[in-house]
Design a protein around this ligand. Structure first.
Ligand code: AMP
Length: 217
């Protein structure tokens, strides 16, 4: 049972790759961003606290996200985990180590998606999803075949994340550089870091990750 972290700035493709691994390998995607968006949508106490922070592109408190991860680990104890968007600070990295060891689990790899930040802003600002089935689209790279109609389910409703505007994206990038990138040396020291070229195509990035997980890289 593998436990891995996907690490990289917003828009690097962590969510896309995590969803693919979840579908293909029976692992579970643990995305703190998705958990927080769900909490905001439901109006839970966590969601009420997180809403404005997320809209600004800043980080939600370590205690909140660590608690969310602990709950989800317990709910998926038999499956390998793909941590997507967590940990994002040194404190969260330390919390994850404790959460895993309490459950007799350990980290196998930290996969860094190496990307070009200016290109990322273009990727993020153009992205949108089907409001019904969640299929991902992009203004420049992947419009629906029939304009305004989802290729997968035929819905005509689409949505964009409120934090996918240029100003918030720049803040999210700055948060990544200041708080998240500095956790790489910590994992580097443990020999866990593997790098993949995140600017390659989705299939190519997927193949690079598969080679690492299968031990053929
Ligand atoms: P994401 O979907 O991973 O891009 O996360 C969206 C937003 O949720 C971030 O900009 C943060 O405001 C918040 N968030 C997600 N994961 C974390 C985390 N591990 N620590 C703190 N804030 C987070």
């Amino acid at each position: 049972m593998l436990n891995i972290i996907l690490l990289g700035p917003p828009g690097a493709g962590k969510g896309t790759q995590a969803a693919r691994l979840q579908a293909g390998r029976g692992m579970v995607q643990l995305s703190t961003g998705d958990m927080l968006r769900e909490a905001v949508a439901k109006g839970t106490p966590v969601g009420i606290k997180a809403k404005e922070i997320m809209a600004r592109g800043e980080l939600v408190s370590d205690a909140i996200v660590s608690a969310l991860i602990g709950e989800r680990l317990d709910a998926s104890a038999e499956q390998g985990a793909i941590f997507d968007g967590f940990p994002r600070t040194k404190h969260q990295a330390a919390a994850l180590e404790i959460l895993l060891s309490q459950r007799n689990r350990k980290l196998d790899y930290v996969i860094e998606l190496v990307v070009d930040e200016d290109e990322l802003v273009r990727r993020i600002v153009g992205r949108f999803t089907c409001a019904n089935c969640g299929a991902p689209y992009h203004d420049h790279f992947k419009l629906p075949a029939v304009p305004g109609v989802c290729d997968v389910c035929g819905s005509t409703e689409f949505k964009r994340r409120p934090d996918d505007n240029e100003e918030t994206v720049r803040t999210r990038m700055a948060e990544y550089r200041a708080k998240t990138a500095p956790i790489l040396p910590y994992y580097e020291e443990k020999g866990l870091v593997r790098r993949v070229d995140g600017m390659a195509s989705v299939d190519d990035v997927a193949a690079q990750i598969d080679a690492i997980l299968d031990g053929t890289a």
